[in-house]
Design a protein around this ligand. Structure first.
Ligand SMILES: [Zn+2]
Length: 83
């Protein structure tokens, strides 16, 4: 039984996915139980519904990061041209 270790010692959660700066998914390396950070910052079981939410969050987060990168590039070009 692979979960007996979890019952005795507790789960051994490792980060399995970085969704945003604040939201991560965790998986127990013993029993594969999964958790995620919910909107209140608490850990909760990773249900298919939460996985869906995280997929959306991840997409928004990536898009925002890419846009920010673009913006920074433009700003530095402007600065170079001005300087
Ligand atoms: Zn476990």
């Amino acid at each position: 039984m692979r979960s007996i270790q979890c019952k005795v010692f507790g789960h051994d959660y490792k980060v399995s996915r970085h969704v945003t700066y604040h939201v991560k998914e965790y998986r127990c390396s013993n029993c594969k139980k999964e958790l995620t950070t919910n909107s209140r910052g608490n850990l909760t079981e990773l249900t298919p519904k939460f996985r869906e939410i995280n997929d959306v969050l991840e997409r928004i987060h990536l898009k925002r990061r890419m846009r920010l990168k673009d913006y920074n590039k433009k700003q530095s070009k402007k600065l170079l041209a001005a300087g």
